[in-house]
Design a protein around this ligand. Structure first.
Ligand code: ADP
Ligand code: F6P
Length: 319
């Protein structure tokens, strides 16, 4: 394989740049050329391609966002869009493609693989919602951003004897809420994977106040409920002073943590190795700490949940 392409797609995630750097440098180390495709599949269809060299990825390991930009692209969900993408890749002499993104981006990668383009996916999304994968690139940074915010909210919650509802990201997955809630000492955590009853949350808040607790933090994954709605409910059904904070896209930015940079470097290099070994239609990830490369088919059909033992632990510790 002489020339490969790399793109980032879907929501950005801190550490994507470190992954791009690892892809580019590993490929060059092995004597290959690398083409960066800007703005995901949308940029592919618009032929936004640029050659990348060692210097193109200098000074980016510490930066959030993605130097290749990212996008969502409806046109690539169609067979015509995918065929057009394949033809553009071929016309530019690209013999293999690395896609950094989430589940949706992997479906596009799977389509290109089925059309005969060797393709490997690298899990990059703050949501951590990919099966057969210990952690996705960006998740560690996102939960650290979230707990930094929760710690600050706790200060003002204490000063004012208030109840705070904090909504974090996670379109379908509760991992950010669960880990940030446990690490941030939240009283209740609402995630889409676990049913909850508002009556229980209110009862827990009231028990806390009865034993002298001055403030509470309730962490809500956006996929479970709207923080604003939870705030309204608590205001209407308790006598507490409630405030709501929606952390939003702050969780998607910022310098990646050391953990995300290391993971991104490992996965970027491993993705290039898989392509060089003639593999395609696979995701690279760590599972139980070891690098592996399951087929996209396995990734798409394996159910996944956050570690619900952590949910029980958080519940017990916030008694
Ligand atoms: P993520 O990769 O973070 O899950 P999305 O679900 O928004 O983000 O998907 C990113 C992009 O991947 C979409 O805008 C589209 O271009 C492509 N994509 C998503 N689903 C499919 C699909 N079923 N077939 C082909 N491409 C897809
Ligand atoms: O998938 C990552 C994510 O940040 C989700 O947690 C969130 O629901 C979504 O992307 C927001 O996407 P957008 O970039 O369209 O605001």
């Amino acid at each position: 394989m002489r020339k490969i392409g790399v793109l980032t797609s879907g929501g950005d995630a801190p550490g994507m740049n470190a992954a791009i750097r690892a892809v580019v440098r590993t490929a060059i180390y092995h004597g290959m050329e690398v083409v960066g495709i800007r703005r995901g599949y949308s940029g592919l269809l618009n032929e936004e391609l640029e050659p990348l060299n060692i210097g193109s990825v200098a000074d980016i390991i510490q930066r959030g966002g993605t130097i290749l930009y990212t996008a969502r692209c409806e046109a690539f969900k169609s067979a015509e869009g995918q065929q057009q993408g394949l033809e553009i890749l071929r016309r530019h002499g690209i013999e293999g493609l690395i896609v950094i993104g989430g589940d949706g981006s992997f479906r596009g990668a799977q389509a290109l693989h089925r059309l005969g383009m060797p393709t490997i996916g690298i899990p990059g999304t703050i949501d951590n919602d990919i099966p057969l994968c210990d952690q996705t690139i960006g998740f560690d940074t996102a939960i650290n951003t979230a707990i930094e915010a929760i710690d600050k909210i706790r200060d003002t919650a204490t000063s004012h004897d208030r109840t705070y509802v904090v909504e974090v990201m996670g379109r379908h997955a509760g991992d950010i809420a669960l880990l940030a809630g446990l690490a941030g000492g939240a009283e209740s955590i609402l995630i889409p994977e676990q049913p909850y009853r508002m009556e229980d949350i209110v009862a827990k808040l009231e028990r806390g106040v009865a034993r002298g607790k001055k403030h509470s933090i309730i962490l809500v994954a956006e996929g479970a409920a709207s923080g604003i709605e939870i705030g309204k409910y608590l205001t209407e059904h308790t006598g507490f002073e409630v405030r709501v904070t929606v952390l939003g896209h702050i969780q998607r930015g910022g310098a990646p943590t050391a953990r995300d940079r290391v993971l991104a470097s490992q996965l970027g290099a491993y993705a290039v190795e898989r392509l060089r070994a003639g593999e395609t239609g696979k995701m690279v990830a760590t599972l139980h700490g070891t690098l592996h490369a399951p087929d996209f088919d396995a990734v798409f059909t394996t159910p996944r949940q956050p570690d619900l033992r952590l949910y029980d632990l958080a519940d017990m510790l916030s008694i």
